[in-house]
Design a binder for this molecule. Structure first.
Ligand SMILES: NC(=O)c1ccc[n+]([C@@H]2O[C@H](COP(=O)([O-])OP(=O)(O)OC[C@H]3O[C@@H](n4cnc5c(N)ncnc54)[C@H](OP(=O)(O)O)[C@@H]3O)[C@@H](O)[C@H]2O)c1
Length: 321
């Protein structure tokens, strides 16, 4: 029976790069999944041009029907899976987001993983691996509210604690009682921070629940990566960022469990809320110029293809031939 790896949200960015690396290094079937079939087909096409052969299935992590269809497909075709990388993610704008926008972020980044856990995790084989792609925005130091720091730090943390944390935040956005002082950076990208803190907390709970099946569950911060999510600002490429999730999926000792892993492969103490590991705007700004320079080639290529496209469409003047 062949081994199976699944990567959510993998039509572009870090997810796409993870699929590419797994196709090269993993001895088994690799699933590229996307919510849009059209974007998924284009992504698979790109990998095929490089001689790689991923399998494809549609998957929207906010849509239980979509997840169930994929689960049925996996079950019928393979029986079980070995590796699941929860990569799909969404970051809202950078201003003061509306309740609806905050809910969308939570629904994809946190509740999407809960959906996948409920529907797909039963298929994970003994000794399997789950990797939750979190962020530096997911470290506990992003939270300033003392009560929540204490509650999320407790030994017997359970799913109600985490659900109540995200509900408390969304409720405060809905009824206008949100306090920027409850989080770092004056509430900048707060919904994203809440979703990723919740995902790291969920990782600890999932690890406890899956211990009896010898499945490891780890979360990671992939780095500040030049993808669409960051408007191509960051200190590394998606290919570079794929290294740590692929290491966790294929090479890390199976004894590494419930850890919060940094982009360089080292483990960080998620509970150490006094260690300021959180993402700051100043840090992003410091990479702006470097990223523009790193992307000059891409911008030039995009501009050139735009120009060529325009020239091709230009009507031929009378007598030009
Ligand atoms: N880039 C960074 O610096 C950075 C830093 C820390 C953590 N991360 C995390 O790394 C992961 C990948 O981010 P990225 O930078 O590669 O972002 P990206 O380029 O924007 O890619 C995000 C992927 O998630 C997919 N997605 C969004 N909503 C989905 C849904 N409901 N169901 C299934 N797929 C969905 C997107 O599909 P569409 O194309 O259809 O939108 C896309 O394929 C995310 O979890 C992100 O939070 C990124």
């Amino acid at each position: 029976m062949s081994r199976v790896a699944v990567v959510t949200g993998s039509n572009k960015g870090i997810g796409f790069a993870i699929v590419k690396r797994l196709c090269e290094d993993f001895d088994g079937v690799v699933y590229l999944t996307s919510r849009s079939e059209h974007l998924g087909a284009a992504a698979v096409g790109k990998l095929k041009e490089q001689g790689l052969r991923p399998e494809y299935h549609q998957l929207d992590v906010t849509d239980r029907q979509s997840i169930t269809k994929f689960r049925d497909h996996l079950q019928n075709k393979h029986g079980s899976i070995d590796i699941l990388i929860n990569n799909a993610g969404y970051a809202s704008g950078y201003g003061n987001d509306s309740f609806e926008e905050c809910k969308k972020v939570i629904d994809i980044n946190y509740r999407g993983v809960l959906n996948v856990q409920e529907i797909i995790y039963p298929l994970i084989r003994r000794n399997g691996r789950v990797i939750n792609v979190s962020s530096d925005c997911g470290h506990l130091s992003n939270v300033r509210n003392e009560e929540w720091i204490e509650r999320l730090s407790k030994q017997d943390l359970n799913i109600e604690d985490v659900n109540e944390f995200v509900d408390w935040f969304l409720e405060s956005k809905k009824n206008g009682t949100f306090k920027t002082s409850d989080f770092v950076e004056d509430g900048h990208i707060v919904a994203y921070r809440v979703s990723k803190v919740a995902l790291c907390a969920l990782t600890l709970i999932q690890q406890k629940e899956l211990e009896s099946r010898d499945i490891s569950v780890n979360s990671l911060h992939p780095g500040f990566v030049r993808t669409d999510m960051t408007m191509k600002i960051g200190f590394c490429t998606a290919d570079e960022a794929a290294e740590t999730p692929v290491y966790l999926a294929l090479h890390a000792p199976q004894s590494l469990r419930g850890a919060y892993v940094w982009h360089d492969g080292t483990t960080r103490d998620w509970h150490d809320h006094e260690n300021a590991l959180f993402f700051t705007l100043a840090f992003a700004r410091s990479w702006l110029l470097t990223s523009l320079i790193a992307n000059v080639k891409d911008y030039f290529a995009a501009w050139l293809s735009y120009l060529l496209d325009k020239l091709k469409r230009k009507p031929i003047a009378n007598g030009a031939r």
